[in-house]
Design a protein. Sequence first.
Length: 133
Amino acid sequence: MSPSARLSTVVLDAHDAHELAAFYQRLLGYVVRAEEPHWVLIGPPPGTEGISLAFETEPGYVPPVWPTRKPGDQQMMLHLDIEVDGGPDGLESETARALAEGARLAEYQPQDDVRVLYDPSGHPFCLWVETPS
């Protein structure tokens, strides 16, 4: 028997749910599906597939640290991998666009086909391109 459950949404905490939702809307071309004063759900436009993202305002939010530098630092508990089209040129143009939208480039970059960035709330995320094996 196959499971009747499926992953539908990833929820990220933030200082400001609406600010972070707006960043990912611009980055991914997503639309708002629901919102409340301290919570926002965004997802792919109607007729397209993809995982939804939700954002919740947490007054005591502490941004994660990546890579972890010392014991006791708030650690990264998850990150988003966002595939981009267009090979290395697509990776560079999408990185530039993410930076223009408010992301920050991580100092440490572990691979040539991935760019690690931080969103406005400090969550690490990766832009990546598929490379021939």
